[in-house]
Design a protein. Structure first.
Lengths: 229, 229
DNA sequence: ACTAGCAATATTGTTAACAATAAAGTATTT
DNA sequence: AAATACTTTATTGTTAACAATATTGCTAGT
């Protein structure tokens, strides 16, 4: 049963990698579960060759762990790994914000201000309901990252690490965070970038991410307790 | 002709990935050259299956680029990519130094001081000849990274990015750098860590790497001119 | 009843053949 | 002679069968 949207890609291996990534991030394949090659191959209507290549790719993305002659397992989210990942994000996105303060063209800055206004309007209209900015062009963080102009940094953050980050965001469904507070922080970061204050932009971005990770930590510890009852 | 040391690994795919990585980093497979699957398969005495898995892994490490139905190519080092990579290093190793200032146990600090003394003695004895610390336990940077205690950061720096960094270090054979200056900087970083001054440790590590990248840049531009004559 | 060793089974690792796409070469046409 | 279209060749993508390892279930012994 080949469910969901299947974007035709040039090669089967890429296709499967994409679909598996989504399935894991969205929890259709549960955390910690074993990846059975024959089962998945049948499920997606592919042979094991391209499937294995996809699994190797997922291992590189840190979505599964593999042990020789045993197989692959979906990772299990836990607080420590989340904190470690977000500390990396702090360093990398902080640097991205710093670079953006030097490189971001003024029209892109204006466009980003417009986006934040849109977010504001959404909060006003929908009584502070979360604005879902999952990965699209409306994602503030992605915009900053791209504005860094550092191709390696962009690739690392948006291709290598993004899947895992999305997984943490989604599975804890950070309801705890205050969207208005987040918006204020975004605005402050953008102000710093607009003023070409690289130091400040980096500092604010770091604080912003650090704060988010603390909220996520609380959420995860809470749900860990909840799931134990 | 299966040349060089071949460390028996659990699986052929891992073996090949390891050997290919070394071959590329050490320049046995030249930059920009095409990876021919049948040729390499014959050369290493393997079938194309595990070889392809290895290539997928190398793509994740950023050592080759792949295009569908065409094949893989070894990356071509260039100044811009180097600068981008080292900017990432700056952010990540800077963070590692900051964390090390909090987490490094005192006996490990002492052991690192001893290592720097050893480097010093080597310079004194060998008239400032470069001390080769390629990846082993004698590599100051690797020791700091591990002292960060951040598993994700360690994996990223020592497994994902390290191959490319080694490639840059090796192919430009940074003869321009002054080893005594580098040693002084290492010592200053370690002092900051020993005093638990995270801010300072990060700052110094960033400067240290930034300086190294500037030297590499000069070396690369120089050799680019040289190779054009 | 529980543990240890063995047999059976299933899964992963690997291979070789087949299919599809791209590159190279040749011939034909203008 | 140059360019274009076609044919041929080689390479990549995919598949299915085979080999090797690990897991599971069973039997036997204490």
């Amino acid at each position: 049963m080949n469910n969901l949207i299947s974007i035709k890609s040039a090669t089967l291996s890429e296709d499967i990698a994409q679909q598996l990534t989504n399935a894991i991030v969205q929890g259709h394949i549960p955390q910690g579960s074993k990846i059975s090659e024959p089962e998945l191959a049948k499920q997606y209507g592919v042979s094991r060759g391209p499937l294995r290549e996809a699994i190797v790719k997922l291992e590189g993305l840190g979505l599964v762990t593999r042990t020789a002659n045993v197989g692959a397992r979906v990772i299990q989210l836990n607080t420590q790994d989340m904190l470690d990942t977000f500390t990396m994000r702090e360093a990398l996105e902080g640097m991205a914000a710093r670079l953006a303060a030097s490189n971001m063209p003024s029209d892109e800055i204006n466009s980003l201000y417009a986006l934040l206004d849109k977010h504001q309007a959404h909060l006003d209209a929908n009584q502070d309901e979360h604005y879902v900015q999952q990965g699209g062009n409306d994602d503030f963080h992605l915009r900053i990252i791209h504005a860094s102009g550092n191709a390696k940094l962009i690739r690392l953050l948006t291709e290598e690490l993004y899947a895992v980050i999305r997984m943490y965001r989604r599975h804890t469904a950070d309801q705890r965070s205050d969207p208005r507070q987040a918006l204020r922080e975004h605005k402050a970061i953008l102000d710093a970038i607009a003023n070409h204050e690289g130091d400040l932009a980096e500092l604010l971005m770091r604080r912003h991410i650090s704060r988010a990770s603390q909220l996520l930590k609380q959420a995860m510890e809470h749900s860990a307790v909840a799931s134990r009852t």
